[in-house]
Design a protein around this ligand. Sequence first.
Ligand code: MG
Length: 321
Amino acid sequence: MKQIFSLSAFIFLLFAVTTIAQPVKKHGKLSVKGTQLVDKHKDITVLNGVSYGWHNFWPRFYNKESVKWLATDWKCSAVRAAMGIDPKSGYMEKPDWSKEKMEAVIQGAIESNIYVLIDWHSHTLKPDAAKVFFAEMAQKYGKNPHVIYELYNEPVKDTWQQVKDYSIELIKTIRAIDPDNIILVGSPHWDQDIHLVADDPILGFSNIMYTCHFYAGTHGKFLRDRCDYAIKKGIPVFISESAGMEASGNGPINYTEWQNWIDWCSANNVSLISWSVSDKNETCSMLKTTASSEGNWKEEDLKESGIKTRELLRKQAEKEK
Ligand code: MG
Protein backbone atom coordinates (compact mmCIF):
# COMPACT_ATOMS: atom_id res chain seq x y z
CA MET A 1 0.00 0.00 0.00
CA LYS A 2 2.78 2.31 1.01
CA GLN A 3 4.58 1.52 -2.25
CA ILE A 4 1.48 2.20 -4.31
CA PHE A 5 1.06 5.48 -2.48
CA SER A 6 4.63 6.62 -3.09
CA LEU A 7 4.43 5.58 -6.73
CA SER A 8 1.28 7.60 -7.29
CA ALA A 9 2.80 10.52 -5.36
CA PHE A 10 5.83 10.31 -7.63
CA ILE A 11 3.69 10.27 -10.77
CA PHE A 12 1.69 13.21 -9.48
CA LEU A 13 4.88 15.13 -8.73
CA LEU A 14 6.27 14.35 -12.16
CA PHE A 15 3.04 15.56 -13.73
CA ALA A 16 3.05 18.73 -11.62
CA VAL A 17 6.66 19.52 -12.51
CA THR A 18 6.21 18.94 -16.22
CA THR A 19 3.02 20.97 -16.43
CA ILE A 20 4.41 24.07 -14.70
CA ALA A 21 5.26 26.45 -17.53
CA GLN A 22 8.87 27.53 -17.54
CA PRO A 23 8.99 30.53 -19.86
CA VAL A 24 12.78 30.81 -20.07
CA LYS A 25 13.10 27.13 -20.91
CA LYS A 26 10.61 27.61 -23.71
CA HIS A 27 11.75 30.98 -25.08
CA GLY A 28 15.42 31.18 -24.05
CA LYS A 29 17.49 34.14 -25.06
CA LEU A 30 15.39 37.14 -26.12
CA SER A 31 16.23 39.71 -28.74
CA VAL A 32 14.55 42.55 -30.58
CA LYS A 33 13.50 42.20 -34.21
CA GLY A 34 12.01 45.38 -35.68
CA THR A 35 9.56 46.59 -33.05
CA GLN A 36 9.02 43.14 -31.52
CA LEU A 37 10.51 41.13 -28.74
CA VAL A 38 11.39 37.68 -30.13
CA ASP A 39 12.61 34.45 -28.55
CA LYS A 40 15.41 32.00 -29.37
CA HIS A 41 13.34 30.68 -32.30
CA LYS A 42 12.82 34.28 -33.52
CA ASP A 43 9.11 33.95 -32.75
CA ILE A 44 7.31 37.00 -31.35
CA THR A 45 7.25 36.80 -27.56
CA VAL A 46 5.22 38.80 -25.05
CA LEU A 47 6.08 38.97 -21.36
CA ASN A 48 3.37 39.42 -18.75
CA GLY A 49 3.96 39.85 -15.07
CA VAL A 50 4.11 42.07 -12.04
CA SER A 51 6.48 44.56 -10.52
CA TYR A 52 7.51 44.37 -6.89
CA GLY A 53 7.02 47.67 -5.05
CA TRP A 54 10.05 49.78 -4.07
CA HIS A 55 12.52 47.39 -2.37
CA ASN A 56 13.25 49.95 0.35
CA PHE A 57 9.57 50.23 1.36
CA TRP A 58 8.51 46.58 0.94
CA PRO A 59 11.68 44.52 1.40
CA ARG A 60 9.70 41.70 2.98
CA PHE A 61 8.46 40.48 -0.41
CA TYR A 62 11.94 40.38 -1.96
CA ASN A 63 12.61 36.65 -1.64
CA LYS A 64 12.77 33.55 -3.84
CA GLU A 65 9.60 32.05 -2.40
CA SER A 66 7.39 34.95 -3.46
CA VAL A 67 8.91 34.80 -6.96
CA LYS A 68 8.09 31.11 -7.12
CA TRP A 69 4.51 31.82 -6.11
CA LEU A 70 4.18 34.56 -8.74
CA ALA A 71 5.59 32.17 -11.35
CA THR A 72 3.41 29.19 -10.46
CA ASP A 73 0.15 30.58 -9.08
CA TRP A 74 -0.01 33.97 -10.86
CA LYS A 75 1.63 32.49 -13.99
CA CYS A 76 3.95 35.47 -14.45
CA SER A 77 6.46 35.05 -17.27
CA ALA A 78 8.39 38.00 -15.84
CA VAL A 79 8.75 39.93 -12.59
CA ARG A 80 10.28 43.34 -12.08
CA ALA A 81 12.53 44.05 -9.10
CA ALA A 82 12.26 47.78 -8.39
CA MET A 83 15.34 49.08 -6.60
CA GLY A 84 14.59 52.44 -4.96
CA ILE A 85 17.55 54.77 -5.34
CA ASP A 86 16.92 58.05 -3.50
CA PRO A 87 14.55 57.35 -0.58
CA LYS A 88 15.60 56.24 2.88
CA SER A 89 17.17 52.76 2.77
CA GLY A 90 17.46 53.06 -1.01
CA TYR A 91 20.55 52.09 -3.01
CA MET A 92 22.38 55.40 -2.39
CA GLU A 93 22.16 54.89 1.38
CA LYS A 94 22.35 51.08 1.61
CA PRO A 95 23.93 49.68 -1.57
CA ASP A 96 24.86 46.26 -0.20
CA TRP A 97 21.53 45.57 1.47
CA SER A 98 19.73 46.83 -1.64
CA LYS A 99 21.69 44.49 -3.90
CA GLU A 100 20.97 41.62 -1.54
CA LYS A 101 17.21 42.24 -1.88
CA MET A 102 17.43 42.60 -5.66
CA GLU A 103 19.51 39.46 -6.02
CA ALA A 104 17.04 37.41 -3.98
CA VAL A 105 14.43 38.19 -6.65
CA ILE A 106 16.89 37.74 -9.54
CA GLN A 107 18.03 34.36 -8.18
CA GLY A 108 14.40 33.40 -7.58
CA ALA A 109 13.52 34.22 -11.20
CA ILE A 110 16.46 32.16 -12.44
CA GLU A 111 15.37 29.20 -10.31
CA SER A 112 11.73 29.52 -11.40
CA ASN A 113 12.80 30.02 -15.03
CA ILE A 114 11.01 33.30 -15.59
CA TYR A 115 12.38 36.61 -16.87
CA VAL A 116 13.35 39.41 -14.47
CA LEU A 117 13.63 43.15 -14.97
CA ILE A 118 16.41 44.77 -12.96
CA ASP A 119 14.82 48.18 -12.52
CA TRP A 120 16.82 51.26 -11.45
CA HIS A 121 13.79 52.75 -9.73
CA SER A 122 14.73 56.41 -9.74
CA HIS A 123 13.12 59.70 -10.69
CA THR A 124 16.41 61.61 -11.00
CA LEU A 125 19.62 60.98 -12.94
CA LYS A 126 22.47 59.29 -11.05
CA PRO A 127 24.76 58.16 -13.87
CA ASP A 128 27.86 57.34 -11.82
CA ALA A 129 26.06 55.14 -9.31
CA ALA A 130 23.99 53.52 -12.05
CA LYS A 131 27.10 52.61 -14.04
CA VAL A 132 28.71 50.88 -11.07
CA PHE A 133 25.51 48.96 -10.31
CA PHE A 134 24.71 47.82 -13.86
CA ALA A 135 28.33 46.85 -14.55
CA GLU A 136 28.15 44.57 -11.52
CA MET A 137 24.79 43.11 -12.58
CA ALA A 138 26.03 42.53 -16.15
CA GLN A 139 29.12 40.84 -14.80
CA LYS A 140 27.10 38.55 -12.54
CA TYR A 141 24.02 37.89 -14.64
CA GLY A 142 24.77 38.88 -18.24
CA LYS A 143 25.07 35.25 -19.29
CA ASN A 144 21.59 34.42 -17.97
CA PRO A 145 18.84 34.69 -20.58
CA HIS A 146 16.46 35.60 -17.71
CA VAL A 147 17.80 39.09 -17.16
CA ILE A 148 16.54 42.39 -18.59
CA TYR A 149 18.10 45.71 -17.57
CA GLU A 150 15.82 48.72 -17.01
CA LEU A 151 18.05 51.78 -16.86
CA TYR A 152 15.79 54.47 -15.46
CA ASN A 153 12.31 53.87 -14.11
CA GLU A 154 10.66 57.23 -14.70
CA PRO A 155 12.45 60.43 -15.62
CA VAL A 156 10.42 63.39 -14.34
CA LYS A 157 12.17 66.65 -15.19
CA ASP A 158 14.86 65.48 -17.59
CA THR A 159 14.60 66.22 -21.31
CA TRP A 160 14.82 63.37 -23.81
CA GLN A 161 18.30 64.60 -24.74
CA GLN A 162 19.41 64.16 -21.11
CA VAL A 163 17.78 60.74 -20.80
CA LYS A 164 19.23 59.74 -24.16
CA ASP A 165 22.79 60.79 -23.22
CA TYR A 166 22.50 58.96 -19.88
CA SER A 167 21.11 55.83 -21.56
CA ILE A 168 23.87 55.72 -24.18
CA GLU A 169 26.49 55.91 -21.43
CA LEU A 170 24.80 53.08 -19.54
CA ILE A 171 24.27 50.97 -22.67
CA LYS A 172 27.99 51.26 -23.45
CA THR A 173 28.84 50.20 -19.90
CA ILE A 174 26.60 47.14 -20.06
CA ARG A 175 27.50 46.19 -23.64
CA ALA A 176 31.21 46.15 -22.78
CA ILE A 177 30.37 43.22 -20.49
CA ASP A 178 27.12 41.75 -21.80
CA PRO A 179 26.70 42.00 -25.58
CA ASP A 180 23.12 40.87 -25.88
CA ASN A 181 20.55 40.95 -23.04
CA ILE A 182 17.57 43.26 -23.52
CA ILE A 183 17.99 46.84 -22.24
CA LEU A 184 14.95 49.03 -21.49
CA VAL A 185 15.30 52.79 -21.88
CA GLY A 186 12.94 55.23 -20.13
CA SER A 187 11.12 58.10 -21.76
CA PRO A 188 10.64 61.59 -20.28
CA HIS A 189 7.74 62.77 -18.11
CA TRP A 190 7.04 59.57 -16.13
CA ASP A 191 7.56 57.43 -19.25
CA GLN A 192 4.83 59.11 -21.24
CA ASP A 193 6.74 61.13 -23.84
CA ILE A 194 7.57 58.16 -26.03
CA HIS A 195 6.71 60.27 -29.11
CA LEU A 196 9.84 62.34 -28.39
CA VAL A 197 11.88 59.12 -28.36
CA ALA A 198 10.31 58.11 -31.67
CA ASP A 199 11.52 61.33 -33.32
CA ASP A 200 15.09 60.87 -32.14
CA PRO A 201 15.86 57.26 -31.12
CA ILE A 202 19.17 55.85 -29.92
CA LEU A 203 21.06 54.40 -32.87
CA GLY A 204 23.83 51.85 -33.19
CA PHE A 205 22.92 49.31 -30.51
CA SER A 206 20.88 46.11 -30.64
CA ASN A 207 18.25 44.69 -28.28
CA ILE A 208 17.09 48.07 -26.99
CA MET A 209 13.43 48.75 -26.14
CA TYR A 210 11.70 51.83 -24.75
CA THR A 211 9.34 51.95 -21.80
CA CYS A 212 5.92 53.54 -21.54
CA HIS A 213 4.00 53.50 -18.24
CA PHE A 214 0.26 53.89 -17.90
CA TYR A 215 -2.22 54.27 -15.06
CA ALA A 216 -5.56 53.70 -16.75
CA GLY A 217 -7.51 56.11 -14.52
CA THR A 218 -5.33 58.97 -15.81
CA HIS A 219 -3.81 57.83 -19.11
CA GLY A 220 -6.13 56.79 -21.89
CA LYS A 221 -6.22 57.02 -25.64
CA PHE A 222 -3.79 59.96 -25.92
CA LEU A 223 -1.00 57.77 -24.55
CA ARG A 224 -1.91 54.77 -26.71
CA ASP A 225 -1.83 57.15 -29.70
CA ARG A 226 1.72 58.12 -28.74
CA CYS A 227 2.66 54.44 -28.51
CA ASP A 228 1.09 53.79 -31.93
CA TYR A 229 3.07 56.70 -33.35
CA ALA A 230 6.28 55.28 -31.84
CA ILE A 231 5.63 51.76 -33.16
CA LYS A 232 4.89 53.13 -36.62
CA LYS A 233 8.27 54.84 -36.53
CA GLY A 234 9.98 51.52 -35.66
CA ILE A 235 10.29 51.94 -31.88
CA PRO A 236 10.01 48.73 -29.78
CA VAL A 237 7.68 49.54 -26.85
CA PHE A 238 7.64 47.75 -23.48
CA ILE A 239 5.11 48.58 -20.73
CA SER A 240 7.29 47.97 -17.69
CA GLU A 241 4.84 49.51 -15.22
CA SER A 242 1.08 49.94 -15.34
CA ALA A 243 -2.13 49.71 -13.35
CA GLY A 244 -5.86 50.39 -13.49
CA MET A 245 -6.26 53.39 -11.15
CA GLU A 246 -5.07 57.00 -11.22
CA ALA A 247 -1.40 57.90 -11.70
CA SER A 248 -1.10 58.59 -7.95
CA GLY A 249 -1.61 54.85 -7.44
CA ASN A 250 -4.86 55.63 -5.69
CA GLY A 251 -8.48 56.32 -6.56
CA PRO A 252 -10.96 53.94 -8.16
CA ILE A 253 -9.99 51.40 -10.82
CA ASN A 254 -11.14 52.37 -14.31
CA TYR A 255 -11.94 48.89 -15.62
CA THR A 256 -12.98 50.05 -19.10
CA GLU A 257 -9.78 51.96 -19.77
CA TRP A 258 -7.63 49.24 -18.18
CA GLN A 259 -9.22 46.70 -20.54
CA ASN A 260 -8.59 49.04 -23.47
CA TRP A 261 -4.90 48.97 -22.61
CA ILE A 262 -4.86 45.18 -22.19
CA ASP A 263 -6.52 44.81 -25.60
CA TRP A 264 -4.08 47.28 -27.13
CA CYS A 265 -1.13 45.31 -25.72
CA SER A 266 -2.46 42.02 -27.13
CA ALA A 267 -3.17 43.58 -30.52
CA ASN A 268 0.36 44.96 -30.70
CA ASN A 269 2.22 42.11 -28.92
CA VAL A 270 3.46 44.51 -26.28
CA SER A 271 4.73 43.17 -22.95
CA LEU A 272 2.86 44.30 -19.86
CA ILE A 273 4.01 44.53 -16.25
CA SER A 274 1.60 45.55 -13.47
CA TRP A 275 2.41 47.60 -10.34
CA SER A 276 2.79 46.36 -7.56
CA VAL A 277 3.57 43.60 -5.07
CA SER A 278 3.23 45.63 -1.87
CA ASP A 279 0.76 46.00 0.99
CA LYS A 280 0.31 49.77 1.42
CA ASN A 281 -3.15 51.20 1.99
CA GLU A 282 -3.53 52.40 -1.62
CA THR A 283 -5.35 51.04 -4.67
CA CYS A 284 -2.25 49.95 -6.59
CA SER A 285 -0.83 47.76 -3.81
CA MET A 286 -2.03 44.28 -4.76
CA LEU A 287 -1.74 42.70 -1.32
CA LYS A 288 -3.25 43.15 2.09
CA THR A 289 -1.09 43.26 5.21
CA THR A 290 -2.30 39.71 5.98
CA ALA A 291 -0.37 38.41 2.93
CA SER A 292 2.67 36.37 3.89
CA SER A 293 6.05 37.60 2.67
CA GLU A 294 6.70 34.31 0.87
CA GLY A 295 3.63 33.89 -1.33
CA ASN A 296 0.96 31.22 -0.75
CA TRP A 297 -1.57 34.05 -0.87
CA LYS A 298 -5.25 33.23 -0.60
CA GLU A 299 -7.89 35.29 -2.36
CA GLU A 300 -8.67 37.10 0.91
CA ASP A 301 -5.03 38.30 1.05
CA LEU A 302 -5.43 40.06 -2.31
CA LYS A 303 -6.82 43.52 -2.90
CA GLU A 304 -9.02 44.41 -5.88
CA SER A 305 -6.08 45.17 -8.19
CA GLY A 306 -4.35 41.95 -7.10
CA ILE A 307 -7.40 39.81 -7.86
CA LYS A 308 -7.85 41.38 -11.29
CA THR A 309 -4.13 41.20 -12.15
CA ARG A 310 -3.83 37.55 -11.14
CA GLU A 311 -6.91 36.74 -13.20
CA LEU A 312 -5.47 38.55 -16.21
CA LEU A 313 -2.09 36.83 -15.91
CA ARG A 314 -3.64 33.38 -15.64
CA LYS A 315 -5.75 34.09 -18.71
CA GLN A 316 -2.72 35.27 -20.67
CA ALA A 317 -0.74 32.18 -19.65
CA GLU A 318 -3.59 30.00 -20.85
CA LYS A 319 -3.41 31.67 -24.30
CA GLU A 320 0.36 31.05 -24.38
CA LYS A 321 -0.08 27.27 -24.12
MG1 MG B 1 24.07 38.21 -22.27
